[in-house]
Design a protein around this ligand. Structure first.
Ligand code: KMH
Ligand code: ZN
Length: 312
């Protein structure tokens, strides 16, 4: 995919979010996927030091790498990250497969971060093809988990979204609105019209999840046009391309004046066939692209100001 020749907008700074581990990739896919609290903390701090203003976090069981909502595990890395860098902490409310809505909110309620993710609609979320790979699995849960995703709905009904807003908004936490398709922008507009969310809206356009909108630049332009129509100047946007789409889509977003999300949650590679050795490697690579375009990376405090966050 080649980025169209659009002159880069020189004035604004670009926010880099880094999603450190997620709940989709499994340990056998990369030895560099952070799994233990130590690894998650170290890679988060490294990513922040090289330019990530926002660190998006999930937790995993340290011995097996299985996604977990256990707050005792979150407490082994969140305070360390807060202490060792100034990045904005963004805790997932998407959680992982099989977690109840309340499970998904445990960590956000306990740590009351500046940001949380909020998934703006139910979608199919199929990563079952990864289970067919000729893989030497480290843990039995991994192929089972991947295989069943062809029958999985990532459930985020209007009632679920309202429930999350009701529990999390009073904590002063704001949201990264995860939009996997154009309809999700309309869902977001519905909550804005109801007065349940307030601008500026930080919208993550997600491309290339099997079940969501495809990863191509025309779709990005359509998402942007739709968001412009629905939210005017009341929003900031960022792009997450899944897997091999991560860098081409991020580069196009930068060119169009958007912000970017990288990290091993979304893509394990740094180049074709080459695993990223840590999250910082991806942050540095996207930073280089931003700076080559004559733009600057936004620091955590600048990002706080842009997103209207409550502060550390
Ligand atoms: N895994 C990403 C495609 C969440 O944590 O709430 C989206 C995500 C969802 O990060
Ligand atoms: Zn996530």
């Amino acid at each position: 995919m080649t980025a169209k020749k659009i002159p880069a907008q020189k004035s604004k700074k670009v926010i880099i979010s880094c999603a450190i581990t997620g709940s989709i990739h499994t340990p056998s896919m990369s030895p560099y996927l952070p799994v233990t609290p130590d690894q998650i903390a170290e890679q988060s701090v490294q990513a922040a030091r090289v330019g990530a203003a926002i660190i998006h976090l999930h937790a995993r069981k340290p011995t097996t790498g299985e996604p977990t909502s256990d707050t005792t595990i979150f407490s082994q890395f969140i305070p360390r990250i807060e202490q060792d860098c100034d990045a904005i902490i963004n805790i997932s409310t998407g959680g992982g497969l099989g977690m109840s809505l309340d499970d998904r909110l445990n960590a956000a309620q306990k740590f009351q971060p500046e940001l949380c993710s909020l998934n703006m609609g139910s979608i199919n979320f199929d990563v079952s093809r990864a289970a067919k790979a000729d893989m030497n699995w480290k843990n039995s849960w991994e192929p089972l988990f991947l295989k069943q995703t062809d029958n999985m709905v990532f459930k985020n009904t209007f009632r679920d979204i309202a429930y999350i807003l009701d529990r999390i908004s009073p904590l002063g936490t704001r949201f990264e609105y995860e939009c996997y398709d154009v309809g999700h922008l309309y869902n977001l507009a519905h909550f804005a019209e109801q007065g349940l969310i307030k601008p500026p809206f930080f919208i993550q356009f997600i491309f290339g999840v099997m079940g969501g909108i495809g990863a191509d630049t025309q779709n990005m332009e359509f998402m942007k046009q739709t968001a412009d129509k629905l939210f005017g100047k009341d929003y900031l946007w960022s792009v997450l391309g899944a897997g091999r789409h991560q860098f081409p889509m991020a580069e196009h977003a930068i060119q169009m004046g958007g912000n970017v999300r990288v990290g091993l949650e979304d893509n394990l590679y740094i180049a074709k066939g080459q695993l990223a050795k840590n999250n910082a490697e991806q942050v540095l690579a996207i930073r280089k692209i931003i700076e080559q375009k004559g733009l600057q990376v936004a620091g955590p405090d600048e990002t706080r100001e842009m997103l209207g966050l409550k502060g550390k």
